[in-house]
Ligand binder design. Structure first.
Ligand SMILES: Nc1ncnc2c1ncn2[C@@H]1O[C@H](COP(=O)(O)OS(=O)(=O)O)[C@@H](OP(=O)(O)O)[C@H]1O
Length: 346
């Protein structure tokens, strides 16, 4: 007969498994919707007039995130004062904005396909930053899982036939192009991956050190990003033209509002997952997103997949399937300022 302790721990493990599935679903769902809406606004003109002020969308996204985070704080009766040093929130915001800048800039110098492929490597910098910033040591089992997900996704995405999926279907920005990759573009992609890994690991560290509530972190990070976006818009003289565009095209305003809601959902799911399960799980979810977007698009639009892609898909799912003990491998929960030996999904 199994002991009550065993029952309790297996119930906890299955609750955590469900929570991981919830976080994966939330991150992937909101970011795919975000990509499609972004594509709609940036690629299709409104009444014949194209919208060109992408920074205005960033501002709108972050303002809506602030409003939602503020409402959540008020609803739950959380204190509104910053629960961590403002410099820490600013560091998250700055590195997040820098990652966004690098990936947009990289698209001018690498193909969309190359960028999608490069994004499959998100887990590697997160593991390196975890070692440097959190003193984490990853067991060989976890490194093997990360390798399976990364290599499986890369093999699947790399084998994708050109044109079989659009940037929108992949949930990515419309700036996608098909030119050859240059060394500068690859440098920008490396910078994007490095800074992106820093952002989420720093967020995990922030949760571990100061334990801010979820809305508190989202509020102050989004507010800093909103200020940065506003400064950029003013400096480029784009604030008035962007507002005039929305006034003249209410459909664009509606699409931007939906986009901001999707972006806010993405921010909340990402930050919540980092807080509960750690940065590596989020990197795994975002890597899987590249793969699932292409898989879903192929299934929806009847594209066939090669034998290599089926094999790669098995490797990815195998990477998850061998996870037998999901238990919330959270940097935030487990980190005590020193060495932390925890699995990314265990
Ligand atoms: N750690 C963390 N915290 C908060 N927000 C984050 C984080 N990582 C990614 N993001 C935001 O998610 C949006 C998609 O990012 P990516 O393009 O890097 O993701 S993906 O790999 O293509 O899925 C993108 O939104 P925008 O900046 O509005 O485009 C990212 O800023």
């Amino acid at each position: 007969m199994s002991s009550p302790n065993k029952h309790t721990s297996s119930r906890l493990a299955s609750t955590d498994t469900l929570h991981v599935v919830w976080c994966f679903g939330g991150i992937i769902g909101s970011l795919v919707l975000y990509g499609v809406l972004q594509e709609r606004i940036m690629q299709s003109p409104f009444d014949g007039e194209p919208f060109t002020h992408s920074l205005a969308l960033v501002l709108a996204n972050r303002l809506v995130a602030c409003a939602v985070a503020l409402s959540l704080s008020l609803y739950h009766g959380h204190p509104l004062a910053p629960q961590a040093p403002l410099t820490s929130f600013a560091a998250v915001s700055l590195s997040n904005v820098a990652a966004t800048f690098c990936q947009y800039e990289a698209l001018r110098h690498v193909s969309f396909a190359a960028q999608t492929l490069g994004k499959c490597a998100k887990m590697l910098p997160v593991m390196l930053w975890g070692r440097v910033m959190l003193g984490k040591r990853y067991a060989a089992r976890d490194a093997a899982r990360a390798a399976a997900v990364t290599l499986g996704c890369a093999a699947f995405v790399g084998a994708n036939r050109a044109g079989a999926v659009s940037p929108a279907a992949a949930g990515l920005s419309s700036a996608a192009t098909n030119h050859a990759s240059t060394p500068w573009g690859l440098t920008l992609m490396a910078a994007y991956l490095t800074v992106d890994g820093f952002t989420s690991t720093f967020q995990a560290r922030l949760f571990a050190l100061h334990a801010p509530t979820l809305p508190n972190q989202v509020l102050y990070v989004a507010a800093t990003s909103a200020l940065l976006a506003l400064a950029g818009l003013v400096a480029k003289g784009e604030l008035r033209p962007a507002l005039a565009f929305f006034a003249a095209h209410p459909r664009a305003l509606g699409a931007a509002a939906l986009l901001a809601l999707a972006a806010t959902a993405g921010q909340l799911f990402i930050t919540h997952a980092i807080r509960r399960h750690g940065a590596l799980l989020v990197a795994a979810a975002m890597t899987t997103r590249q793969f699932l977007s292409i898989l879903l698009s192929g299934l929806l639009f009847g594209h066939s997949f090669s034998a290599q892609q089926y094999a790669a898909a098995c490797v990815v799912f195998g990477g998850y399937a061998c996870v037998s003990d999901l238990g919330g491998g959270s940097e935030a929960k487990g980190w005590k300022g020193g060495v932390n030996v925890e699995g990314f999904l265990s």
